[in-house]
Design a protein. Structure first.
Lengths: 129, 129
DNA sequence: TTGACACGTGCCGATATAGGCATGTAATCT
DNA sequence: AGATTACATGCCTATATCGGCACGTGTCAA
């Protein structure tokens, strides 16, 4: 078998750089497909397809204006990602950072001592696990 | 040509559900490959491969303990995502939400009136752009 | 009405995985 | 030393895109 999830959720939609660019552009307000294509320097079909994906996951909404289709951002759809990320925020806020530093330092030293029979199992490891 | 970006950044790494599960598991502390495989109910090679990707983008760090490899989370690597997301946070915090609601309501009504010659261009749209 | 626009899609080729299976390697056990 | 355990990889198959190109449809201009 293969790839489990289709590009069917915000995580996947946002994983594509070009798609992020589109969202960034739309963050500045509504834009038509042509405008986006010109701005990102890509062919119109490409933009249309990415917008299709973004629309499927509800990241953008469409509005018709004559023969143009105006797309606008729906940031709310990014919330799941933000929520998931929230769990890890502590990782880059102060104390945690410093602990990381310490761990990496210890590791480096360990690497230097190059194994050896010693390493009686967690010899000098802080908190051992 | 084809696919532009390889799974070489945090965005892509996290786009895969199984990979998120692994990170979630590691959020609880260091774990060996075997432990993770058992916990996620998947074959060991699968876990090893995902860990490989996570390691390449620096989302996890490895430490050797005998014949086991203990992986631990490096949440800091998620920061870029968080940073990118920060720009859209306002989207789901109060005022913006309400505005979205209003816009969608207007749209619904527009849909009802079914185009028609009227729609003189942004007839009753708030902020028109 | 005819022609120019603005889009959305389908089809195609090249490429990037995800997971299954088997194998190679290093460390631990007997 | 030989067997066993814990992993990392390579190879293979099925599948999912990404971008390019051509085309069909709806809308606006003459």
């Amino acid at each position: 078998m293969a790839r489990a999830s289709t590009t069917s959720d915000a995580f996947n939609a946002v994983a594509e750089p070009r798609r992020r660019q589109i969202l960034d552009a739309l963050a500045g307000g509504e834009h038509s497909v042509g405008e986006l294509a010109q701005r990102l320097r890509v062919a119109q079909p490409v933009v249309s397809k990415h917008l299709r994906v973004l629309r499927d996951v509800n990241l953008v909404a469409r509005r018709d204006q004559g023969r143009r289709r105006l797309y606008r951002l729906n940031g709310a759809a990014l919330r799941p990602i933000h929520e998931w990320l929230r769990r890890y925020e502590e990782s880059w806020s102060g104390a945690f950072d410093r602990m990381e530093m310490v761990l990496q330092t210890l590791e480096a030293q360990e690497e230097l001592q190059h194994g050896q029979g010693a390493e009686t199992q967690g010899s000098g490891h802080a908190a051992q696990r």
